[in-house]
Design a protein around this ligand. Structure first.
Ligand code: COA
Length: 182
């Protein structure tokens, strides 16, 4: 099973059915925090829905089309980071993420993103990593900005969230620009 130590406190593990209980509990107790920007939160009603997500994620991994990892902080479940589908024609991949509110403000996701970006450029051998954020999601936008991504543009009504359409900011990092690799 994929397991990656980030530092003394943070570990990434390929999502697994064994994590479904902890993952669902975190989603269920963070509905307000997560639901504003993640459209799947309201439809995640029982642990069976989380199990379906994990099964689909494993299929994605088996098809070599990205994967999702659970994030563990000091041994406790803290959130999820994932690759969305690879676009092979331009060697591009996109990263999405969420943290349980108890673990916000510690730099956990910025560090997890560094690991994923390194993976995209070295193991997947891709050329572009993209992070898409709702325009008013300043905490999410701060991550690519902190990591030196370029703000490439805004897709008007680029995301449909529960309060309606929102503009979506696209951040991109090219392999030749990335200077935080191994
Ligand atoms: C988006 C989200 C993951 C950001 O979480 P976050 O904790 O702000 O991000 P990080 O883990 O990278 O932590 C950065 C914060 O820790 C602080 N920090 C502490 N140590 C740090 C370190 N070593 N490195 C970087 N930041 C550090 C930063 O100053 C920053 O705090 P600030 O916002 O008060 O300035 C979180 O808000 C979330 O899950 N939101 C709901 C779901 C969501 O919106 N997902 C994204 C959809 S696009």
């Amino acid at each position: 099973m994929f397991k990656h130590i980030v530092d003394n406190d943070i570990e990434l593990r390929l999502v697994d059915i064994h994590h479904a209980g902890e993952m669902f509990k975190s989603i269920d107790s963070n509905r307000e925090h997560l639901g504003k920007y993640l459209p799947w939160v309201d439809s995640t009603e029982t642990v069976e829905d989380t199990i379906s997500f994990i099964k689909n994620s494993k299929k994605k991994y088996a098809a070599n089309d990205g994967f999702d990892a659970s994030i563990w902080y000091k041994g406790e479940f803290a959130g999820v980071i994932g690759f969305h589908g690879i676009n092979p024609s331009i060697k591009e991949i996109s990263i999405g993420y969420w943290l349980d509110e108890n673990y916000v403000g510690k730099g956990i996701m910025t560090k997890a993103c560094i690991e994923f970006i390194n993976y995209a450029f070295t193991i997947y051998n891709l050329n572009r990593v993209v992070i898409r954020c709702a325009e008013d999601n300043l905490k999410s936008r701060a991550i690519p900005e902190r990591l030196g991504f370029t703000k490439e543009g805004i897709i008007r009504d680029g995301e449909l969230l529960k309060d309606g359409y929102v503009n979506c900011v696209i951040y991109g990092m090219l392999r030749k620009e990335w200077n935080r690799g191994y």
